[in-house]
Design a protein around this ligand. Structure first.
Ligand code: PLP
Length: 425
């Protein structure tokens, strides 16, 4: 450490936090709806759903009471060789609401782990059939998590440079920016056709690349990518960890393109954002490739808390809330309001790349050093924090990804703060 030799007050090492430049953590005491509250009662509008997880609002009473009831009944049980009602209900409901053709549900506990599971399923699928296919294709600027496997399929750069020797080789396709979708599709087709060792799968964040800078692409490109994968028998893996649960305007982004992935990853909003849980869904053929009296073909993946009953109860409550409350109406309301509010940014001299997919809205502040380490990032973050907003720009990209209970008045405040922020940088 070079900047500051004074020891931090707390022994906690926070995620994606440079303690040398951000010595003070914001203490949060409670949350309700779209708001977080500090110990002194100060209110913060949660403009990013607390890292894209909260969907129905903080501390939703329906989820809270389901969690409480389950915690009193069964807290945890080994999931190898055992099952329980909340997990069965989550699986049954997921099969019913996800694109038809996803037949099996594997539980895990975070976005990264459900993507790891997806990658292992894909490689296991080919391996157990005696195929040598191992190559994974990815989209430029992707983010799929921070474990070694998920970093391997993510964009290489500042996030993972020190760990480069541990990362496996993948082939990166150009990001399908507006007007450049054909380049991506051509690169995909070439990679599928010409890869010597054979392509095992393509993994994509459908419609929106989140951590890569809220980069958006069309349903047409998504659909075409799936078509090319089908043509070459390449597994199509949809990482809906961020895009799932309504963020892009439909419950799952793939729905909009009519795409049925071979493997799909969901986490974050699966419990309404209340507890950690994740699932990887797959087509029957992938389960079948592991189904054998030969025990060496077992799917060797687990974590201690696989399908934790309390987290599953929260997921059941979340799934029920999609029936009980006007969730889709709220999503449509937010999407329409973004559309209206973003107009003011379109011809603005200091903003560019105004974009929206469903409930996700983003603008870039014009700078000369764009990217995640853009100098304006920390300044903007501090400005929003001082004004009572949780907005965490990705470099010079300011985005809004709110919980679905956010009001128009809250959004007005957020948009006003974003417009004003450029006067303070
Ligand atoms: N995949 C995508 C698309 C994500 O956006 C994220 C996290 O933001 C992950 C995977 C990793 O999820 P987690 O942070 O829960 O491990």
């Amino acid at each position: 450490m070079t900047e500051d030799t004074s020891a931090p007050q707390s022994p906690i090492w926070h995620p994606f936090t440079q303690h040398a430049t951000l010595p003070e953590m914001v203490k949060i005491e409670r949350g309700k709806g779209a708001y977080l509250y500090k110990p002194d009662g100060a209110r913060i509008i949660d403009g990013i759903s607390s890292w894209w997880v909260i969907t129905h609002g903080h501390c939703h009473p329906y989820i809270q009471s389901a969690v409480q009831a389950q915690a009193e009944k069964l807290d945890q049980v080994i999931f190898a060789g055992h099952t329980h009602e909340p997990a069965e209900r989550v699986a049954e409901e997921l099969i019913a609401i996800t694109p038809k053709g996803l037949d099996y549900v594997f539980f895990s506990d975070s976005g990264s782990t459900c993507v790891e599971v997806a990658l292992k399923m894909a490689l296991g699928f080919w391996h157990h059939q005696g195929s040598k296919r191992q190559r994974i294709l990815v989209l430029e600027n992707s983010y799929h998590g921070d474990t070694i496997g998920t970093m391997s399929v993510g964009q290489r750069g500042v996030f993972n440079r020190p760990y480069d020797p541990l990362l496996f080789t993948v082939e990166s396709l150009p990001f399908p920016a507006a007007g450049a979708g054909q380049d991506t599709l051509d690169a995909l087709e070439t990679a599928c056709r010409e890869s010597a060792e054979g392509v095992a799968g393509l993994i994509v964040e459908p419609l929106v690349l989140g951590a890569g800078g809220m980069l958006m692409y069309s349903t047409d490109v998504l659909r075409e990518m799936k078509r090319i994968c089908e043509k070459y028998d390449v597994l199509f893996i949809a990482d809906e960890v961020m895009t799932g649960w309504g963020r892009t305007g439909t419950r799952f982004a793939c729905e909009q393109a009519g795409v049925v992935p071979d493997i799909a990853c969901y986490s974050k909003g699966i419990t309404g954002g209340s507890l950690p849980l994740a699932v990887t869904l797959c087509h029957r053929k992938i389960f079948d490739a592991h189904y054998s009296t030969d025990r060496a073909k077992t799917f060797f993946h687990s974590s201690s808390y696989t399908a934790n009953p309390v987290a599953c109860a929260a997921a059941v409550a979340n799934l029920e809330l999609w029936h009980r409350e006007p969730v889709q109406e709220n999503i449509d309301r937010i999407a329409a309001y973004h559309g209206k509010k973003l107009e003011a940014f379109r011809d603005h001299p200091r903003f560019e790349n105004v974009r929206q997919t469903g409930t996700i809205a983003a603008v870039d502040v014009k700078v000369t050093d764009e990217g995640y380490l853009a100098g304006v990032g920390p300044t903007l973050y501090a400005y929003f924090q001082d004004r009572g907003f949780l907005l965490r720009p990705l470099g010079n990209t300011v985005y809004i990804l709110p919980p679905y209970c956010v009001s128009e008045a809250d959004l007005d405040e957020i948009y006003d703060a974003i417009a004003d922020s450029i006067n303070h940088i």
